[in-house]
Design a binder for this molecule. Structure first.
Ligand SMILES: [Zn+2]
Length: 195
C-alpha cells in the first residue's frame, strides 16, 4: 500500500510554506488559516429555512448547506482524496450552524466511525475529524460511542447495503462513562440531497 501524504492541522509554519492553504472549492491559494475564498463562500447553497430535518433514527439533523456542486465535489475530495485538512472548514461550518440555532447544550459529541479496515486504507476517519473540530467550538467532550459493525470495504463493488443489519452499534464506553440519558451531537458523512 502506498504511503499517503498527510498534512497535519496542528503544524503551521514550514508546512504552510510548502503546502499553502487553498480554497477547498476552487483551490486558489489563500492566507494561512483561510480555507475558502470570498467568491466561493458567496456561491454556497445554504439551506436557510430548511436547515433542520427529522428522521427515523434521530431526533433532528441540522445541515448548513445542500449537498450539491461545487460543495459536493469538495466534500468527496475530503473523504476520498486525502484532504483531512478540509475538516477545519467543514467542522467550523457545522459548529456555526449549531450555534446559529442556539443548539450548544450537549452532554457529548460523538460520530459514526469508519470501520478500522476503511480507516487503515484512508488514513483518517473523516467523521471523527469533524467531531473533533466541532468540539473546539462547542464546550462538550468528544467521545467515541459507536463501533462499525460492517466493513463495506469487504463487500463487492456497488453491493447494496445489507438490510436489517445495523451499520453502527454501541455503546463502547465503559459503564458510567455516559449519562443515563445523554443528548448527543453525531457528525455524519454527507449533507442531504437538495429538494
Ligand atoms: Zn474559491
Amino acid at each position: 500500500m502506498a504511503k499517503k501524504l498527510k498534512l497535519s492541522n496542528e503544524r503551521p509554519g514550514l508546512i504552510d510554506f510548502f503546502f499553502p492553504a487553498r480554497c477547498i472549492i476552487c483551490r486558489e491559494v489563500q492566507n494561512p488559516g483561510v480555507f475558502i475564498c470570498p467568491q466561493c463562500a458567496r456561491e454556497l447553497s445554504v439551506t436557510g429555512s430548511q436547515v433542520s430535518q427529522h428522521g427515523d433514527f434521530f431526533d433532528i439533523c441540522y445541515s448548513p448547506f445542500f449537498y450539491e456542486e461545487p460543495l459536493r465535489e469538495s466534500f468527496l475530495r475530503y473523504k476520498f482524496r486525502n484532504r483531512p485538512q478540509f475538516s477545519r472548514q467543514f467542522g467550523k461550518w457545522m459548529a456555526d450552524c449549531l450555534m446559529a440555532q442556539d443548539k450548544t447544550d450537549f452532554d457529548l459529541i460523538t460520530w459514526c466511525p469508519l470501520h478500522w479496515l476503511r480507516k487503515l486504507d484512508r488514513g483518517y476517519d473523516q467523521s471523527y475529524l469533524l467531531a473533533r473540530e466541532i468540539g473546539q467550538y462547542i464546550t462538550a467532550p468528544v467521545v467515541p460511542t459507536l463501533k462499525k459493525a460492517i466493513a463495506r470495504l469487504c463487500l463487492p463493488w456497488k453491493a447494496p447495503r445489507p438490510s436489517g443489519q445495523p451499520i453502527c452499534w454501541g455503546p463502547i464506553p465503559s459503564p458510567g462513562t455516559l449519562p443515563a440519558s445523554a443528548s448527543c451531537w453525531w457528525t455524519t458523512s454527507s449533507p442531504p440531497a437538495p429538494p
